[in-house]
Ligand binder design. Structure first.
Ligand SMILES: [Zn+2]
Length: 214
């Protein structure tokens, strides 16, 4: 029995995001969607992000295009990835979602140097953002039918798992319903909050050394 936080990255996607939202609503689970700015810039993407927010999920900035690791870009390019996404998320009501969230692109869950760019770190600290990393990447993006066993194994062995899933159209989220049922059966509890060791910046305050990321 352990705590589980679910996050859904790289959406919104017309099919996958609606399916995920329906499933989370059925199970009464609240999560966070780390969206790509370019996907929210379309009318249907915006509708889905607003729907997620309206149903009590949190929305976080996951860069505009997911083009690369921020630390490997110029400061201008890294800031553009961040700022353009903030512009299309400016409708988020701070009364509804009091914490401003950002997750950098890892690339198959990779952390280490290059994950963050110092210029973006300045944005996060000045803007009071929380930077959300992860401790479970079961690989639903590359293994749509086999990710669930790895995700369950992580949730069984960790006191608090912060799981990265993806609301993208590869069919992986067709297994979300049975994943959630299994977690419940095994007595795990869901929370929308994040384990502190996965958040190097909390509300703009740096709480972990960032040298390993920049
Ligand atoms: Zn991503």
């Amino acid at each position: 029995m352990a705590k589980v936080t679910l996050t859904f990255d790289n959406g919104p996607d017309p099919q996958a995001t609606s399916l995920v939202l329906d499933c989370l609503a059925r199970h009464g689970v609240k999560s966070t969607f780390f969206v790509l700015g370019q996907n929210v810039s379309t009318p249907s993407g915006l509708d889905l992000a607003r729907r997620a927010s309206g149903e009590g999920h949190w929305i976080g900035n996951h860069t505009w295009s997911h083009a690369g690791r921020l630390g490997e870009m110029t400061a201008e390019a890294a800031l553009e990835e961040f700022d353009r996404t903030e512009e299309v998320l400016s409708w988020i009501d701070q009364c509804v979602q009091p914490i401003r969230l950002f997750r950098p692109r890892g690339g198959a869950g990779r952390m280490g140097r290059g994950l963050l760019h110092p210029a973006v770190v300045d944005r996060l600290t000045l803007g009071g953002y929380t930077c959300v990393l992860w401790n479970s990447v079961p690989g639903d993006f590359r293994d749509p039918d086999g990710w669930m066993d790895r995700a369950l194994a992580d949730c069984r062995t960790r006191e608090w798992s912060l799981v990265v899933l993806h609301d993208i159209s590869n069919g992986a989220m067709l297994h979300l319903d049975s994943f959630l049922s299994k977690l419940r059966e095994e007595g795990h509890s869901f929370t929308q909050y994040f384990p502190l060791d996965c958040t190097p910046i909390v509300s703009g305050k740096v709480v972990q050394a960032l040298d390993e990321f920049c």
